[in-house]
Design a protein around this ligand. Sequence first.
Ligand SMILES: Cc1cc2nc3c(=O)[nH]c(=O)nc-3n(C[C@H](O)[C@H](O)[C@H](O)COP(=O)(O)O)c2cc1C
Length: 193
Amino acid sequence: MNIDPFQLFNDWYAEELKQSKVRIPSACCISSIGLDGYPNARFVSLKEVKNNTFIITGPSKSRKGLEIEQSSKVSLTFWWETTEKQIRIQGDAIKISDTEAIRYFDQRGKDSKIISIISEQGAPIKNIDVLKQKYIETEIIYKNKDIAKPENWSGYAIQPIRIECMEFEKSRFHKRTLFQLEGKDWITSTLQP
Ligand SMILES: Cc1cc2nc3c(=O)[nH]c(=O)nc-3n(C[C@H](O)[C@H](O)[C@H](O)COP(=O)(O)O)c2cc1C
């Protein structure tokens, strides 16, 4: 039987969302190839699965943005605590269109939008109070105004080439299913725990 890895992802994710009590169930770890060759990993929020890609967003001139600019090869890892499932994705991160980025930016809360326009993510700062003061001033300026997406804020569509879905088993016989893209087909295999 042919299993669609995206359908499986969506089914598992929906079940986790239904059962989970965690505040950010969309959290996943994206690893990119560091500028010095060391893998670099950090958590982000999965925005959605669209056209068989996994969408994440954020400042595009951040460390991860620069790393993805240098190499599109990334991995995305999920651990869903409530349903005890792990998903590992490897693929290429492709920058989304400006129109798409605006759509995601518009969905952000005002506080997040303000941070996006005042903070240069990852840049060193001597005194965080300066940024806090800037936040207060910006909040006043935009009290009755919409905040437009800054130029350096975007997102990536991660196009997978490999997806491994693991069901954690108390017996330790974890069920691991690997989907590998060969041409247009997803080839399925079962891996030992
Ligand atoms: C649960 C969680 C969700 C996060 N979501 C995002 C996100 O969607 N986008 C983002 O740019 N950073 C997000 N962050 C912050 C990142 O972990 C990281 O600090 C930031 O992106 C800077 O990473 P970089 O310097 O490697 O680019 C999140 C952090 C946590 C803990």
